[in-house]
Ligand binder design. Structure first.
Ligand code: MG
Length: 418
C-alpha cells in the first residue's frame, strides 16, 4: 500500500507581477494547483475558490475516484461561475485546476486548463496531463511541432477553464503508482519559463523535495519569472517496505517564506495574479510583442553591501535637478493619459476569450497598463470568423455601451459581420 512519504509546496509571484493568482492545496492524499485569471484580483479569487472546493475532500458517494475528482472540478466550476455572475468586480474570472489523488496503489488526476502533472520514476521524467491550450490543440492536429508550441507566442491561451461556462469538461486519468514515484504539479509560470529537460534535471539532481522545489522556482525566476510560479511536489512510498535509513517519513512541508506560510494557513493554499498567465491570453498590448515571455536572463538580485549602499546614496545626491523635473513632467503626462483612458473601452482577447477592456490598448514603461479588464465573455476567439476576429484584434476605441453591445452580439450569435 502506498502513502505520501513527503511533500513540498512553493508559490512565488515571479518577477513581472505584483500579485500571485496561483493557489495550491497539499494535504495527502489530495494535491492541487489552480491558476487564476481575471483583473482586479478576480483571478486570485477564482483560484482560491477552486482550492477551497478541493479542501472539502472527495465527495462521499459511490463512484470511481476519477468520477469523484471530476465532480470536485465541476463544483469548483459552479462556484467560480456563480460568483462571477453575481459580483460585477469578478465578472469573467476563471481558473485552471489540476487535482491529484493518491490511492492505495494508483494515482488519479482530473484537470482543466494548462496546470500540469509530471512524474519522475526511475530517472524517467514524464508529463501525464495534456494542456487544454490553443498550441496543444494545434500540436494534436499536426499543425505545430511540440518545439514550436514551446516557443509559440500564444502558448498561454487556454481553451478550457473553470468559471466561464455553466458546465465544464474535465479530463481524468488513473495510473498505477509505485514506491519512490515523485509527482510534480505546477502552474505554467514554471513550464513556460523552464524547459522540461531542465525541470527533469533539477528534479533528478536535487537532494530533497524542498531543494528541488526551491531550485525549480529559482530557475523560473532566473529565466525571467514572467508569470506566477507554483510547484507542488510529493513522493510516494510503499508502507510495506522499510524506509531507507536516514530518510524521513514525516511530511516535509517547508514554507518558503513567512508569506507562503500565511497563505497556506489561510486556505491551505497560496494565491495570486496572472495577467498573461497560463490561461492568460496575451493582453492587448503585450499581445503585440509576445515572444518576450521566455528566457530573459536577468542579473541575480544581490543584497547591497554596506559600501555599495554608501556609493549609491552619494550618486543619488548628484542627480541633476533638470532630470528630476523631466521625471515629474513625464509622470504627470502618464497620469493624465491614464485618467483620460478611463472613459474609453475597447474589445480584445484574454485567455483566448473575447474581452471588454476599459482604457486604451497601450502599456507604459515599468509594467503600467492603460487598461483594465471590464468583462471576459464566454466566446473563444478561435471560434470567430476572420472578419469577426479583426473586430477583436484591431483594439478600436469604443464607448462602454458600444464595446459591451459588440461582445453581447458575439455571445448571442447576432453579430451581422459574417
Ligand atoms: Mg500562470
Amino acid at each position: 500500500m502506498l502513502r505520501v512519504a513527503d511533500h513540498f509546496e512553493r508559490t512565488d509571484p515571479g518577477r513581472a507581477r505584483r500579485i500571485n493568482e496561483d493557489s495550491f492545496f497539499a494535504r495527502a492524499p489530495l494535491f492541487a494547483v489552480a491558476d487564476g485569471v481575471g483583473g482586479a484580483q478576480a483571478g486570485e479569487v477564482a483560484s482560491h475558490l477552486a482550492v477551497e472546493v478541493i479542501e472539502q475532500g472527495l465527495p462521499e458517494r459511490a463512484g470511481s475516484i476519477e468520477e469523484r475528482l471530476r465532480e470536485l472540478v465541476s463544483e469548483a466550476n459552479a462556484r467560480i461561475r456563480a460568483l462571477s455572475r453575481t459580483d460585477e468586480q469578478r465578472a469573467g474570472m476563471a481558473s485552471t485546476l489540476t487535482v491529484a489523488y493518491v490511492g492505495e496503489h494508483e494515482l488519479s488526476v482530473a484537470h482543466v486548463g494548462d496546470s500540469r502533472l509530471y512524474r519522475l520514476r526511475d530517472g524517467t521524467f514524464e508529463r501525464l496531463t495534456e494542456d487544454h491550450s490553443l498550441v496543444e490543440e494545434l500540436v494534436r492536429q499536426g499543425k505545430l511541432t511540440p518545439q514550436e508550441a514551446d516557443e509559440h507566442p500564444q502558448r498561454s491561451i487556454i481553451t478550457r477553464a473553470l468559471g466561464l461556462e455553466a458546465g465544464v469538461e474535465s479530463d481524468s486519468h488513473t495510473w498505477p503508482a509505485r514506491d519512490g514515484d515523485v509527482y510534480l504539479l505546477c502552474s505554467d509560470g514554471l513550464t513556460s519559463m523552464v524547459a522540461e529537460e531542465q525541470v527533469a534535471g533539477i528534479l533528478g539532481g536535487a537532494g530533497s523535495l524542498p531543494d528541488a522545489g526551491r531550485e525549480l522556482v529559482d530557475a523560473a525566476n532566473a529565466a525571467g519569472g514572467r508569470d506566477n510560479i507554483t510547484v507542488v511536489l510529493f513522493r510516494l512510498e510503499d508502507v510495506g517496505a522499510p524506509a531507507p535509513s536516514g530518510e524521513t517519513t514525516e511530511h516535509v512541508a517547508v514554507p518558503a517564506s513567512p508569506g507562503i506560510e500565511q497563505e497556506r494557513t489561510a486556505a491551505a493554499v497560496a494565491g495570486a495574479a496572472r495577467p498573461t498567465g497560463p490561461a492568460v491570453a496575451p493582453e492587448p498590448a503585450s499581445a503585440e510583442a509576445p515572444a518576450t515571455r521566455r528566457r530573459h536572463p536577468r542579473a541575480p538580485r544581490r543584497p547591497p553591501e554596506p559600501a555599495r549602499r554608501g556609493r549609491r546614496r552619494r550618486r543619488r545626491l548628484r542627480v541633476p535637478t533638470g532630470l528630476l523635473v523631466a521625471f515629474f513632467i513625464v509622470l504627470a503626462i502618464a497620469l493624465s493619459a491614464w485618467y483620460a483612458s478611463q472613459t474609453v473601452y475597447f474589445v480584445g482577447a484574454k485567455d483566448g476569450f473575447v474581452t471588454v477592456y476599459r482604457g486604451m490598448p497601450y502599456d507604459l514603461p515599468a509594467g503600467l497598463h492603460l487598461y483594465s479588464t471590464n468583462y471576459v465573455s464566454g466566446v473563444p476567439i478561435g471560434e470567430l470568423s476572420p472578419p469577426q476576429r479583426r473586430l477583436v484584434t484591431e483594439h478600436k476605441l469604443r464607448s462602454r455601451d458600444d464595446a459591451q453591445e459588440l461582445v453581447r452580439q458575439m455571445e448571442t450569435g447576432e453579430l451581422s459581420t459574417p
